[in-house]
Ligand binder design. Sequence first.
Ligand code: ADP
Length: 294
Amino acid sequence: MQNGSPESPPSTPGVQLSADSTMGHLEVRGVGKIYDPEGARVEALKKCSLDIPAGDFIAIVGPSGCGKSTLLNILAGFDNLTDGDVLMDGEPLATLDDPPKPGSDRVVVFQNGALFPWKTVLQNVVYGLVVKKQMPESEANDMGMDLLARTGGLDRIAQVFPGQLSSGMQRRVEILRALINNPRILLLDEPFRAMDTVSKTNMHQHLLDIYDTYHKTVFFITHDLDEAIFLADTVVVMTTRPGTIKLRLNIDLPRPRNRHTITSQQFMELKQHAVSAVHEEAKKAFERGERELA
Ligand code: ADP
């Protein structure tokens, strides 16, 4: 992982949002998943193995229906696996024997957003801390304000309700709501998919700033290869269903990244490398009648 920013993460008395990049190592070992609703038997993942170092930003690309969300759901503890296992920091996270178990050490941000419309931005951001009674509400609020202020001066919208915000702004708040729980892993399932190019570009910068500051392991699903290469340390291309790993590409573009990164020769070369793998799988999926979105 390369991190360019020496800036230290925010902290308030009694609270430390850790930037410990030794946590969040994931080992996906021979994972398989068969959905079998009423005997329909869909093999979504097959012998899927992936080592994700602590603090790595990994982007997963692949045709629609290849099992990206299935893998994310297994990591999040929303669904079980039917083969293999997953370790987090050397401890079992998902196994054949144990029921799936979500946890605040792995937080998910989805593409459709999930802010409570009746709560203010600040109330949304501190929701997890308050519900878990991790600290007095006033302390949680201080921490929330601190975090909002440090990420693009968002403390100015602390008392605003989500419905008054653009979708980009809502997504920024959601990422902070996930981050404040100090997870080991941030799981993002196509969070910027529905956005226009300008909003997407702003979101990329926002996410990169957070990544450069907090050094969390990020597992990021996308259909957009440019987005994947721009953001990630590692781009993983999955095969069409049953999903397995087709290509693992090390993205050694320097950080911090900015708009010049995307027009660099190095970026173009990396894209060239990944594009044929992505299109090959997209074509297979298309020929099989699945929706092509890669
Ligand atoms: P992706 O995220 O890459 O688009 P998914 O992980 O959502 O792919 O789906 C992988 C495959 O598993 C698809 O064929 C999908 O239809 C199937 N699938 C996903 N969830 C279920 C489910 N709950 N029951 C049955 N099949 C499912």
